[in-house]
Write a protein that binds this ligand. Sequence first.
Ligand SMILES: Cc1ncc(COP(=O)(O)O)c(C=O)c1O
Length: 486
Amino acid sequence: MAPLDTREPELGFSTQQLHGGVGTDGDGFHARATPIYLSAGFVFDDFEQAADRFDGATGSGDGYSYTRTGNPTTASVERRLAVLERGRNALLVGSGQAAASVALLGLLQAGDHVLAASSLYEGSRGLLVENFGRLGIEAGFVDDANDAGAWQAAIRPNTRAVFVESIPNPKNDLVDIELVAGVAHRNGIPLVVDNTFATPYLQRPIEHGADIVIHSASKFLAGHGSVLGGVIVDAGTFDWADAARFPHLNEPSRSLGGLSFVERFGPDAYFVYAKDVVAARFGPTPSPLNAFLIQQGVETLSLRVERQSRNALAVARWLEQRPEVHSVDYSGLESSPYHALAERYLPRGQGSVFSFTLRGGVEAARAFFDAVQIFTRMTHLGDVRSLVIHPASTSHAARTEDERRAAGVWPGLLRLSIGIEDEADLLADLERALRVAAAAGAGAVDGAGAAAGGSGDGAGAGAAPGNGAALDTSAPAALDPIGHLA
Ligand SMILES: Cc1ncc(COP(=O)(O)O)c(C=O)c1O
């Protein structure tokens, strides 16, 4: 009987997360789980085979030689993730930061410009501004990621990549991928989407026009919080034959016997360049053991993300009713300015990570943070366990006060990553911590009645998209939710 075509679109996600891309690297023992090929290198049969594996211009491309350039355990995860994200090829690397670095260095060179949404994860922002800046690559940022005019106005003749996150951190200010892809493509530029928070279970950016999707696999894809990893998925649909924009893909290459990557690899030109030139040379190779652990995680992705999204919605709804809480930024809530985008892009669930702002400012946030018992105080997300972090003093500490205000990262804002625990236990933990926070922010909350007017329709809901956390000037100064006016 013919083997199952695991790319069949009619196969369900949960089937594909177990069976997608399986099957071309068997070692003859028929192990059911993917074996861990923890080996630096692979034996060549003979002289001819060794030479073939090194010949980029005419080599067969089959087989392995050295784990930095490819490994069967790693390749198994790559095939699986390419199927799940509906891409043509995937590359696993050592971390999410490595995925962003490799994906963008496959596109950019000195003198180029990369344009990103301001909502970008702080680590990615730092990479663009400080690290790429030193290499002569300029970065620009668009504040309202859903304003096509703002993207168009910011694009320059030397812009070579547009970069956004599908669900930005920590404000859940969802990005309309089709809108951004439209602007990028009209200008001949590929769109790179960090899909870490959504995962392919909730959203597949390639189906909305993205050209390259990246992940921190350390988060939901692994899910167990035991390893770091990153992945780059290439849609294989962008036309790389524009020699003025992408000279490195169109000029004759030393390693291809004078052919260009476009001539040799056609639609895979960018992917092969990113894999064989950028990743193989800079060297952020994942351990095959970590690749195995990521694959173990991927096989239960849908179950975890479904449960996490359900728990997150329940927690967000509960928090929204609490007098100690000024606002909740979760696109699953009807009060979110991003709810319509969530209905369009995230119909299966709106993810596990969101933030909320305490009325008592930083003192309330500090007391809340120190009081939780089930939530773990940790700078991580997408874990099976529920986690909490205070962005203004940690992940966003490097931003100026003005930048934090513009991003809505108030002193009283806390970010939650909801796990798979029982909902009742999570709510009990939050209730205990909120009571402690209310005591710490004494005077900030004048009982349920006084606070109710601001709950759920304050900073988040009342403002326009892209400015989701404008200061709630309707709140009396004594109830200042963000600790700035007092
Ligand atoms: C959206 C997003 N992208 C990328 C990264 C970087 O991933 P890693 O920590 O695996 O390098 C993170 C880490 O928090 C993230 O939240």
